[in-house]
Write a protein that binds this ligand. Sequence first.
Ligand code: G3P
Length: 218
Amino acid sequence: MKFFVDTADTAEIRDLAATGLLDGVTTNPSLIAKSGKKFLDVVAEICTIVAGPVSAEVTANDFDTMLKEGRKLAGIAKNVAVKVPLTVDGLKTCKALSDAGTMVNVTLCFSPAQAILAAKAGATFVSPFVGRLDDIGTDGMKLIEDIVTIYRQYPAFRTEVLVASVRGPMHIVESAKLGAHVVTAPASVLKQLFAHPLTDKGLAQFNADWKKTGQSVL
Ligand code: G3P
């Protein structure tokens, strides 16, 4: 399973990249706005921090402009994955960019039917939003189960399931159990994966007992 961080905060990205466990980054217009930086500059900077895919989202809603924006974003660095919304024009853009060899992340996926279309359009990634489905009282993880099940029926589909709108560690654990390829989560959620109170307690005990020995490894 690959871990992407869902942020445009370069300090957070550097911090996580230092763990050696970060496989990529996803951004969206809301995260770019939050960063307060210029879109193209921050994408270029992120692409120098991580070698894996960095999603950068188009801002237009029509095919012609989306395609132009997508080509410009793809020109920033080899590891840019152009993010397009799951609309008719977004999928047309996905097909055109994918045919030209550009990685594409189809975002705002909320149904299995939409995920089938993304795969047919040649998406590198499809991003189902589990948290936002939970927010409206439905089961976000059921969507992941459905998409993974459908994609497994068709080995010709190369699209990876990128679980997005992740709100906590259990979304990640459940995604792993279902065999989702990628999760993208805020840095705060990825950091929660490391933590367990019994790890802290056990380490404190080991440290105290080791001190009693008076020994040193080095
Ligand atoms: O980047 C897309 C997605 O992860 C957004 O998550 O928390 O705004 O629903 P959220």
